[in-house]
Design a protein around this ligand. Structure first.
Ligand code: GAF
Length: 389
């Protein structure tokens, strides 16, 4: 059991008993690149998680240990700053957020490891940030609420990982509920849970195995393109504070002024927001085939107008489309690689996995990893586990 191994590693390295925390990764059913445009998203926390052992060490040092790659980083508590070691930045960024919130951060120890595949678009980095934020909040008794912790984790990603992400991933990791997806309004931060019936429909992830080095810089570029669109639209419509406030008609009316690229980015975001709203109505009405059609529409927009897909993701969606029992398929997350998410009728899951894997193998000459996810609760403390001597 992973928690036992992590707790053991902590005890052996540091000689005392830690607090244990689990933090899940996420899927997003629909609503991509809408979060930083003040729009809607529809994520859920999944049973791929990071486990943490954390404790205060009564020394002036932060000692971090990545269990999965057997690497340690130490930094004096008075000198929290970005590290050369990428994984450490997700943790140090969170410590910096506590410090910047006026908390005197004492020395602490953290061992972490997990089952979220890296670079698969399942938000392993947000899980790392959120798990430590939750753990420090407990140990330091700072009483920040979950929304504040999500924002601190998001800020850690901005400042220490250099990705100007929205709130979705951190929100999903902290606010997940078993068996439910959650629609977040990223403008008001109001959220609504919807039951997701896993006895009839499964969410199957297909990992393209692609991780483009450009993903982070392209992500930031998309965000800038949206901001440029808002600035131009605002000249004509002062009420447009973000793309959430814009309409397709407004974007069409100023197509030439926006220019082709910014026009298509804005159009995608406005249409995707509308798709999330429609998808939630379909979910509430249990109209899963309408829901699936919206997923296909999302993929087409991400591929053609937002231009964040890649050939492997497009191929996976193409292979899925038309298979018996497949209601919807699309790329998920930031893009440029990672997974597709597929809405599949329960009795057709085995055939879907077999057919898709065979088609992918024959096209790319390499195997396809697939994950059948279940929807779990957000970040929580784990019961202490029995440790070996
Ligand atoms: C990444 C980001 F971290 C999220 O905030 C979100 O923008 C997503 O890409 C795209 O929807 O996961």
């Amino acid at each position: 059991m992973l928690a036992l191994a992590i707790a053991d590693a902590f005890q052996q390295r540091f000689g005392y008993s830690p607090l244990l925390v689990r933090a899940p990764g996420r899927v997003n059913l629909i609503g991509e690149h809408t979060d930083y445009n003040n729009g809607f998203v529809l994520p859920a926390a999944i049973d791929k998680e990071i486990t943490f052992a954390i404790g205060l060490n009564k020394k002036d040092v932060i000692r971090l240990f990545a269990f999965d790659n057997d690497e340690a980083v130490e930094i004096p508590v008075g000198e929290i700053k970005p590290s050369q070691t990428q994984w450490a930045n997700y943790l140090l960024g969170v410590a910096a957020q506590f410090r910047d919130a006026g908390v005197v951060v004492p020395g602490f120890d953290c061992v972490f490891g997990g089952t979220i595949p890296m670079g698969a678009g399942l938000s392993s980095s947000a899980a790392v940030e959120c798990g430590l934020a939750f753990g420090l909040n407990e140990l330091l008794q700072t009483n920040f609420d979950r929304m504040k912790l999500a924002r601190m984790a998001q800020k850690a990603e901005h400042t220490y990982a250099g990705v100007q992400c929205g709130l979705m991933d951190q929100f999903a990791s902290l606010f997940g509920r078993p068996g439910q997806v959650v629609r977040l309004d990223c403008r008001s931060t109001e959220y609504t849970y919807f039951p997701f019936d896993v006895s009839h429909y499964h969410l199957v992830l297909c990992n393209s195995g692609v991780k483009h080095a450009l993903a982070d810089s392209e992500y930031n570029t998309r965000r800038q393109e949206c901001e440029r669109g808002v600035a131009l639209l605002q000249r004509h419509y002062p009420a447009v504070q973000s793309l959430r406030d814009a309409t397709e008609e407004q974007i069409e009316a100023h197509r030439a002024e926006l220019g082709d690229v910014v026009y298509r980015r804005c159009l995608y975001v406005v249409q995707e927001n509308a798709r999330v709203v429609a998808a939630c109505e379909a979910l509430a009405a249990n109209d899963m085939s309408a829901f699936g059609q919206l997923m296909y529409g999302s993929h087409a927009g991400l591929r053609d107008n937002y231009e964040v897909s890649c050939p492997e993701l497009d191929k996976l969606v193409e292979i899925a489309q038309g298979q018996t029992g497949v209601l919807g398929s699309r790329m998920m997350g930031g893009g440029f690689g990672g997974c597709t998410i597929n809405l599949v009728e329960a009795e057709h899951v085995a055939a879907f996995v077999a057919t898709t894997s065979a088609a992918f193998l024959s096209f790319y000459r390499r195997g396809l990893e697939t994950y059948q996810t279940s929807i779990v609760g957000g970040v929580s403390e784990l019961e202490p586990v029995t440790q070996s001597a």
